[in-house]
Ligand binder design. Structure first.
Ligand code: FUC
Length: 783
């Protein structure tokens, strides 16, 4: 289908295709596509026009070095990122009076004096953070083409998820042009290959620039070097280099750029480094460039594909076929918004989440931030930092289950890197032992808090994140990792929480506070809007889970017997999750009026997901959780991308496949940009990852001591399969279904051991051997 046919269609009907007319529309497109040969592959995003804005550009990345590909015709912009380009520096900013204020704030809150407590906390507990910090763009690689005369034809821009290569092609006059762009992990370089179907037809300039115009740009030989000490000297030192390798033609420096004239084909190699990890960025960028330049383009491409596919190919999902790949991606999203079903788009969206994790989170690097690694300008939204009151955790929800366990490691390493500062903050801000972190942090690992209590007075960032340390063990059964990396961090986080809890004089239960139910407010009895309490439900869910996980880890490692006792005793005294008079889970210890009943954070359902205290064994809490979500949704909830993605996971855990599906579709309809990136708004990557996790949860769950197959199947998914997802215990699972029901399952046991397998009401137990494969039929009978 070409642009004209497409426009004609829209003009004629004045609407975007509707469900009923899909068959005839597809027939039209089928006809059109045979005429113009513009079909798409299953796992491909394709477009018939260049990106008009950043939200349409296509992301590539090798975990660390990324680009947004705009695919322009007369000029190409590759907006560049490198994960360690941060302004700021390590900074200590505990409020010196916080420790003294703590008992007073608690007293006021227990006495119901919310406004006074809030004022005191704001004045005496919020840290005086001065300089701040931000993740920043690397800059742009700009290509300006001299094109032949003639008409533009056959434009196509695509991102192929099977190979992680972005491609742009078009004809101008009698010359066909093509460029391929990928970011290679093995070569540590961004690679751009330009070709034309006529010899000597490539004429273009290559330039670099960085926002703020403070970067030095040097051109020497065939290389351009961009360097800057970012953040006006308070931040990392950055060096990026691009080398132009031409086949045929000439390369000349012209006005700070390199001019390529009459080349047959050109490869551009771009490297980037900072001193964040303590290495000299100039030498690193140089060495990496030289090493990449030793290889042919064909070799670079082959090594890149092999490296990427080693992760990507582990999971294969099929949700059904409907020829929607005949549509370009923006038309598919528009059609979905109008009510068309597009199971292949959901399948692609699932794999896009995996693609994004492979491209933004590789072992040895920093974790994926609020925008993964892709962010424009010097001040991206929320500094593209590491918000740990849901966002970065959500980034890693799919890591284990979607068979990308190694890619979890950057987050786990990051948590360990937070511990030194977390220990200082626990001591200086609260006078307590253990480690603490609050609502957000940055590449410099601060754990103090600052700003307004509504989001800042929340010391659970480390405690929540610590669940990931345990989860990695649950999926890998790696005891060495548990002993060295996970347990020490779990223990310190638990130590803080145990010391932090204080008895509620009214109930005798241990409660957390002063704290908030992240970012939500309530109406205090005096009519004022308040946020801090003693004992928000979420904190107790997090702490209960953390103490339980730490205890389980200590038992596996058979150590710290006395500490194990303390963990048990503290857990037993923790305030329980309560159901309110209207049947919902209570968000706070009291039933307050809610000024924002559709609030995006649904924190008091932490125990449903990602936690597991609300499960099949707690039917009353499950019913109350259902009411809680329904109430949020009835009041406009789910309006940010990540919030909607969380709701998909909630409904999956509630085993309501249709509701999970509807929210998944709503995520694509309301919170997805033309390039399929999640829209908070603005772009924030957590919703992409959260949805990939949510689709996994619909098909497989293993949080409640058993492996449950197809727990939340929507009617829309009648036939299909998912192969290669992973359950706790280290079982790789292939599930096939037809007629919306289980057809068969294959299990690969990575570590041996028993597992309980459930499908509906059928339950079987399997004794497995390490490396063994087990096949079961639709009744879970052994085959
Ligand atoms: C949390 C959320 C916001 C946003 C920010 C980055 O604080 O409440 O919606 O996602 O993180």
């Amino acid at each position: 289908m070409n642009q004209r046919t497409f426009t004609m269609y829209f003009k004629r009907t004045g609407t975007i295709p509707r469900k009923n007319s899909l068959v005839s529309i597809l027939a039209l497109f089928l006809f059109a596509t045979t005429l113009f040969a513009q079909t798409g592959k299953d796992l491909e995003l394709w477009y018939q026009h260049p990106a008009g804005s950043w939200n349409e550009a296509l992301p590539v990345g090798n975990g660390r070095l990324g680009a947004m590909v705009f695919g322009g015709i007369a000029s190409e912009r590759l907006q560049l990122n490198e994960e360690s380009i941060w302004s700021g520096r390590p900074e200590d900013f505990v409020h010196p009076e916080a420790k003294a204020a703590l008992p007073q704030v608690r007293k006021l809150l227990f006495a119901g004096q919310y406004a006074a407590a809030q004022k005191l906390a704001e004045e005496k507990m919020m840290g005086p953070r001065k300089s701040g910090s931000s993740y920043q763009t690397l800059g742009d690689l700009l290509l300006d083409f001299v094109l032949p005369n003639g008409e533009l034809q056959g434009y196509r821009r695509e991102l192929d998820l099977e190979t992680a290569i972005a491609r742009v092609q078009y004809r101008v006059g009698n010359v066909g042009f093509q460029r391929e762009i990928f970011s290679s992990a093995p070569a540590k370089a961004l690679v751009v290959r330009l070709t034309a179907d006529k010899k000597g037809a490539l004429n273009f300039s290559v330039g670099m620039r960085r926002s703020g115009n403070k970067a030095a740009i040097d051109v020497a030989g065939q290389t351009i070097t961009l360097s800057e000490h970012v953040g006006n000297g308070v931040g990392v030192r950055l060096v990026s280099k691009v080398q132009v390798i031409a086949e045929g033609g000439t390369i000349n420096p012209v006005a700070g750029k390199l001019q390529v004239t009459k080349a047959d084909a050109v490869t551009l190699l771009l490297t980037a480094a900072t001193d964040y990890w303590g290495k000299d960025p100039q030498a690193t960028a140089d060495q990496e460039l030289q090493a990449a330049a030793q290889q042919t383009y064909a070799d670079l491409k082959q090594a890149h594909i092999a490296d990427y596919q080693r992760y990507f190919k582990r999971v294969d999902l099929d949700l059904g076929t409907n020829n929607s790949t005949l549509f370009p991606m923006d038309a598919r999203i528009a059609a979905l918004q109008q009510g068309n079903e597009d199971p292949q788009l959901l399948e692609l969206y699932y794999q896009f989440g995996r693609y994004l994790l492979i491209s933004s989170s590789r072992p040895g690097g920093l974790p994926a931030n609020l925008q993964g690694i892709w962010a424009d300008g010097l001040n991206p939204p929320w500094d593209a930092d590491y918000h740990i009151n849901i966002n970065i955790q959500m980034n890693y929800w799919p890591a284990e289950v979607a068979n990308l366990s190694e890619l979890h490691q950057p987050f786990l390493d990051f948590l360990n890197a937070l511990r030194a500062d977390g220990r200082k903050t626990a001591r200086d801000m609260y006078g307590l032992k253990g480690t603490v972190a609050h609502f957000t942090t940055d590449a410099w690992h601060f754990t103090e808090t600052y700003g307004k209590p509504q989001w800042a007075m929340w010391p659970m960032g480390m405690a929540w994140s610590a669940r990931h340390l345990w989860e990695h063990y649950q999926f890998t059964a790696d005891k060495d990792y548990l002993a060295k990396q996970a347990y020490p961090a779990l223990k310190e986080a638990a130590e803080f929480c145990m010391a932090w809890l204080t008895p509620n004089p009214a109930t005798g239960h241990l409660v957390s506070g002063p704290s908030i139910s992240p970012e939500n407010t309530f109406t205090a009895p005096d009519g004022s809007v308040a946020t801090m309490v003693m004992g928000p439900t979420m904190d107790h869910m997090i702490i209960r889970e953390l103490l339980g996980n730490t205890l389980a880890a200590a038992r596996v490692l058979n150590m710290d017997k006395a500490f194990q006792k303390q963990l048990e005793q503290t857990s037993a005294r923790l305030a329980p999750t309560k159901i309110g008079s209207d049947g919902r889970i209570m968000e706070w210890t009291e039933e307050f009026k809610e000024p924002e009943p559709g609030h995006r954070h649904i924190s008091h359902l932490y125990g449903l997901h990602p936690g597991n205290e609300i499960n099949r064994q707690t039917p009353e809490l499950l019913a109350a959780a259902r009411k809680t979500i329904d109430h949020r949704l009835a009041n406009g909830g789910g309006h940010t991308g990540w919030s909607r993605a969380w709701i998909v996971n909630f409904f999956a855990r509630l085993q309501d496949g249709d509701a999970a599906y509807q929210n998944l579709v709503a995520l694509l309809q309301k919170s997805t940009l033309p390039n399929l990136l999640d829209n908070h708004p603005p772009f924030q990557i957590d919703g992409n990852f959260g949805a990939t996790a949510g689709i996994s949860e619909m098909l497989l769950q293993s949080h409640a001591g058993e492996i449950e197959l197809l727990p939340a199947m929507p009617k829309a998914w009648q036939q299909g399969y998912i192969h290669g997802i992973v359950a706790r215990g280290g079982f790789e699972v292939d599930i096939d279904w037809e007629g919306g029901k289980l057809k068969g399952v294959k299990l690969l046991s990575r570590n041996g051991g028993t597992c309980k397998l459930r499908y509906g009401n059928q339950v079987v137990e399997l004794n497995t051997e390490k490396g063994g494969t087990y096949r079961l039929g639709r009744q879970l009978q052994k085959l």
